[in-house]
Write a protein that binds this ligand. Structure first.
Ligand code: HAM
Length: 420
């Protein structure tokens, strides 16, 4: 039997309520903050991600779904949404618009990871990016949005972590301190971190191996090595967050797994879970657009994992409306009644009432069972008598009450009953 590929999943109709709830809530929130929706292709030129996300990252080294198409072009299924948004910003001359340009997206993302709870090979992100404004008030806006999103969904007991990782000016000095700290500890590092120490030492702070986590506790802190511009930006951000009453926690060794970040980074985690559980994560990336051959352009954003939000809504028992929009089932006995039932079901739908026909060839009792098993609140019944009388019985399935109404009045009466 075929199964969905490892690390992917089907989203069944009964799950859709959660997805629609998150989508509606996220979209409304983004619109309140002045963000417009942007869709980009599912695949891009591979070099966009290699340059954007960075050579030494897990995503580029181990996780991309890359292939040459039939014309020989190297393409990659989007592993994340920020680089494509920056590509589109440049391609569509958005730097000529008033800045910052505020964009949001819903997008599937593909990473060849080891699947586990909340970690998939295809996942879906709701993401937000503000391009063209480096002011710390935009960082505060972004963090406020991420927090509002989680709160608006009804999620509780969350931790918001923020840090500043400096920029091209001060990072080299920090990395020197970091290397000086880790070099005498090399033998205690995991194999990956031994290599990271040479190629991408910041990533040592992001390692999930218990021994490396223990070693990082005394590592130098990025915020102690910021240049004056980054320090000033960081201090202003903290004061704006205080003004906004966003309950943040400074995590001085928070770094991110993508190379494009500068200055502000942040993550929101559910309580009592490990470092791999971020519900949403993001930060500033002031060098990314230049890396993609654009002019110097600041940017900041975050993305929230849809599957992780669904998982946490379920764990926390947040009630979400189901999707059953069908209000009526049309039941019938005999071929003549079937013709009328087909037309009645159609009239109901045209009148705005979700309606389906029962499957053919069943007894009335079995047709009622069918309505019950689907949780449909009303059955409209057409038997011999009703055909003669040009009427229909409307049955309230929950209470067992029923009434006979003239056929012409059926839609009107059902609309009235549903509304009441
Ligand atoms: P990221 O931290 O790689 O950042 O992913 C963002 C969010 O997507 C994570 O916090 C998590 O909720 C979800 N996520 C990531 N990988 C998986 C996975 N394998 N399975 C399930 N969920 C996952 C980015 O992608 C950046 N582009 C975020 C950003 C936007 N930074 C600035 N702007």
């Amino acid at each position: 039997m075929y199964r969905a590929p490892r690390g992917t999943s089907d989203i069944l109709p009964e799950e859709q309520g959660y997805w629609h709830y998150i989508e509606a809530s996220a979209r409304a929130m983004a619109q309140r903050f002045g963000y417009g929706q942007m869709n980009t292709p599912i695949f891009e030129q591979s070099s966009l991600f290699i340059r954007g996300v960075g050579q030494g990252t897990d995503i580029v080294e181990k996780e991309m779904y890359s292939f040459d198409d039939r014309g020989g072009d190297p393409l990659t299924l989007r592993p994340e949404g920020t680089a494509p948004i920056c590509r589109a910003y440049l391609e569509h001359g958005m730097r000529n618009l008033p800045q910052p340009v505020r964009l949001y997206y819903f997008a599937p993302a593909f990473r060849y990871e080891r699947p586990q709870a909340g970690r998939f090979r295809q996942h879906h992100q709701f993401g937000v990016e503000a391009l063209g404004d480096g002011d710390p008030s935009v960082d505060a806006e972004m963090i406020e949005m991420a927090w509002q999103l989680m709160k608006g969904l009804g999620l509780k007991d969350l931790t918001l972590l923020v840090n500043s990782i400096g920029d091209a000016q001060c990072r080299p000095d920090y990395l020197k301190h970091l290397k000086d700290y880790y070099t005498p500890l090399t033998t205690q590092l995991c194999q990956d971190c031994k290599e990271r120490l040479e190629r991408n030492p910041l990533r040592l702070l992001d390692c999930k191996q218990p021994t490396c986590i223990a070693l990082k506790q005394d590592a130098p802190q990025t915020v102690d090595h910021l240049c004056s511009e980054c320090h000033d930006h960081w201090q202003k951000l903290l004061s704006y967050l205080q003004t906004l009453d966003v309950p943040f926690q400074v995590e001085p060794r928070l770094v991110r797994g993508l190379d494009y970040y500068t200055r502000t980074v942040f993550e929101i985690h559910p309580a009592k879970e490990g470092a791999q559980s971020a519900l949403c994560a993001g930060g500033r990336y002031d060098g990314l657009i230049q890396e993609l051959e654009g002019p110097p352009t600041p940017g900041i954003g975050f993305a929230a994992g849809m599957e992780r939000m669904v998982l946490n809504l379920k764990r926390q028992g947040v009630p979400v409306q189901g999707e059953n929009l069908v209000k009526a089932v049309v039941a019938y006995l005999g071929d003549d009644a079937k013709q009328t039932a087909i037309s009645l079901a159609s009239n109901l739908r045209n009148g705005g009432v979700g309606a389906i026909l029962t499957p053919a060839g069943r007894s009335l009792r079995s047709q009622m069972r069918y309505a019950n098993s689907l949780g449909i609140p009303y059955a409209l019944i057409l038997g011999e008598d009703e055909m003669k009388n040009e009427s229909v019985i409307i049955r309230d399935m929950a209470h067992g009450e029923q009434q006979e109404v003239p056929m012409q009045k059926a839609v009107e009466e059902l609309v009235r009953l549903i509304a009441s």
